[in-house]
Every structure is written in structure tokens, then in C-alpha cells.
Design a protein around this ligand. Structure first.
Ligand SMILES: [Fe+2]
Ligand SMILES: [Fe+2]
Length: 146
């Protein structure tokens, strides 16, 4: 996970710091992600919050990958690789939490939103633009160049 911030190539950032990309179904999934992160930082049982987050990410990423395959989105492989890496991290955090490492959850709660900000601002923004316009806009071209 990298600790950096980014603003979306398309879309906007709300007053709560939530990225919105102008593609309603994707924005709805992303609101679920932010809610999962709020729950992870809240008073609820952390094992349960980690499970809910993990299940959310599996569904979230599967939906985006379905959209990419359905539309033959050109940057599909590299976008899906980022999803896979994030899922690997969450699975490892769950394993370590179950083994008694509680600090690892604090790190995830801090670093996953930072990773997501970069991912959503680049890869998801490019996909949202492609889904909205049916064409490769500047964000999608920039994504392909990376
Ligand atoms: Fe996403
Ligand atoms: Fe994504």
C-alpha cells in the first residue's frame, strides 16, 4: 500500500473526502466501501468488520471486473491485478488478526483508504469514464500509459 493522496482524473471529492466518479452504480459500491471503513474504525467487533469488508471487496471488485470484461475495457488486466493485491492484503490482515495481532487492523484502517484514494482516482476513474462515454477519454488513456 502506498501512502499518497490523489484527486480523481474525472469526478469529484465530497466534503467528507469521498471520491465520486459520476457513474451511479460504481459510486454506490464506493459508498459501501467507505461505510465498511467507518465500521472498521468504529466500536464493533473487528473480526466481524473485517469479514464484512472482505465480502464487500470481493463483490466490489468482481462487479468492476464484470464491467471491464463486458465492455472489453483495455486496461482490464492491470486494474484486476490491483484488486487481487488488495484482496491478498485483506486476507493476510484477517489471518494475522485471528492470530492475535490487533495492531495490523489499525494499519489497514489507516492505509487501505489511502490505497483506495489512489486506485479510485486513477483506475476506477478511467473505467467510470469509459462506462459513461463508451469511449477512451483522457483518464483511460493515462491509465493505459502506466
Ligand atoms: Fe472501485
Ligand atoms: Fe477498481
Amino acid at each position: 500500500m502506498t501512502a499518497s493522496t490523489a484527486s480523481p482524473a474525472s469526478g469529484s471529492v465530497t466534503s467528507r473526502g469521498r471520491i465520486e466518479l459520476g457513474h451511479a452504480p460504481m459510486d454506490a459500491i464506493h459508498r459501501e466501501f467507505y461505510d465498511c471503513m467507518d465500521a472498521l474504525r468504529g466500536p464493533r467487533d473487528r473480526a466481524e468488520s473485517l469479514l464484512v469488508l472482505h465480502e464487500h471487496l470481493l463483490r466490489h471488485f468482481a462487479q468492476e471486473e464484470h464491467w471491464m470484461r463486458e465492455t472489453a475495457f483495455p486496461a482490464c488486466a492491470c486494474h484486476a491485478r490491483e484488486h487481487e493485491m488488495a484482496l491478498d492484503v485483506v486476507a493476510e490482515v484477517r489471518r494475522r488478526h485471528d492470530a492475535g495481532d490487533t495492531e495490523i487492523v489499525d494499519r489497514l484502517a489507516e492505509e487501505l483508504p489511502q490505497w483506495f484514494a489512489v486506485h479510485a482516482s486513477a483506475m476506477d476513474a478511467a473505467l467510470a469514464e469509459y462506462l459513461r462515454t463508451g469511449a477512451m477519454g483522457p483518464a483511460a488513456h493515462a491509465e493505459l500509459a502506466t
